[in-house]
Write a protein that binds this ligand. Structure first.
Ligand code: NDP
Length: 263
């Protein structure tokens, strides 16, 4: 299926590794130019170089912290400077947490709010008008199944990702008259290098069977009894951003191997 993304420009936050890198690669495979953002500029440059070598498209890296107003401004400027705007924004940068509500200080809540919510607000404020100027496009916010079905050990993650889902819904209604479609994806367990690193660390004291550890996590949580791959999720996300998903507006799409236990 031709997704109609050839010649388009996609901005992907957190595009240097994991899900974001997979999404950037899937856009590049479709013939779209990509602007990837991450704090670690060297890693982002390396990923951009790799993708640029794999596909005949332009891939540019911008080092920035999207949890800050300055970082978002730098990314918006880069989109304007390098590509004259963009057609797609994927707000993907994010990270898990680990705390109790009784012990977590205010600044920890603020940091996750800035990363999971304010980055999406600030980038949409800057980029949605540019998307509209080019005739319209899409914004996809990467939340998590935890926005709906929380994991007990990460209340700040659960709460800020739930806020992102609501923000996404509000954006969808506000932006659709500009022909900018906004949706959310809520992934379940997706096997990234970070999951592998965590599994190696946690299984080390008991013999190092990290694959067994991951299988245990999948058995406990996902009906399908395996992790999803980055490639599987990336294909789904890129489809949602494409003109082939033209009637998808304001949705929250679970991609979780049956992890969600409600209807
Ligand atoms: P990774 O930790 O593998 O990658 C995170 C990416 O985001 C990196 O490129 C990182 O680069 C970048 N990043 C993090 N903080 C910032 C920041 N402040 N400014 C700019 N870039 C930043 O994460 P995943 O690929 O696992 O997750 C991606 C998204 O998917 C997250 O939002 C996560 O919550 C969500 N998700 C993941 C699931 C999973 O199972 N993996 C399941 C459900 C949702 P750098 O460190 O250089 O800034």
């Amino acid at each position: 299926m031709d997704l109609g993304l050839k010649g388009k420009v996609a901005v992907v936050t957190g595009g240097s590794v994991g899900i974001g890198l997979g999404v950037a690669r899937a856009f590049a495979r479709e013939g779209a130019d990509v602007l990837i953002a991450a704090r670690d500029g060297a890693r982002a440059e390396e990923s951009a170089r790799t993708l640029g070598g794999e596909f005949p498209v332009r891939v540019v890296a911008q080092a920035c912290d999207v949890a800050t107003a300055e970082g978002c401004a730098a990314l918006i400027d880069a989109a304007r400077r390098e590509f004259g705007g963009c057609d797609v924004l994927v707000n993907n940068a994010g990270t898990g947490s680990n705390e109790t509500i009784l012990e977590a200080a205010d600044d920890k809540w603020q940091a996750y709010w800035d990363l999971h919510v304010m980055a999406a607000v600030r980038l949409a404020r800057g980029l949605a008008p540019l998307i509209a100027q080019r005739g319209g496009g899409a914004i996809l916010n990467n939340a998590s199944i935890c926005a709906t079905q929380p994991l007990w050990y990460e209340p700040i993650y659960n709460t800020t990702k739930a806020a992102l889902v609501m923000l996404s819904k509000c954006m969808a209604t506000e932006f659709i008259p500009m022909n900018v479609r906004v949706n959310t994806v809520s992934p379940g367990l997706i096997l990234t290098p970070d999951w592998v690193k965590t599994a190696r660390q946690l299984s080390e004291p008991t013999g190092g069977d990290w694959q067994g550890y991951l299988q245990g996590v999948a058995d406990e949580h996902a009906a399908i009894k395996r992790f999803g791959t980055v490639e599987e999720l990336a294909d789904f996300m890129v489809f949602l951003c494409s003109p082939r998903a033209a009637y998808a507006v304001g949705g929250n799409y679970f991609y979780d191997g049956g992890m969600l236990r409600t209807i």
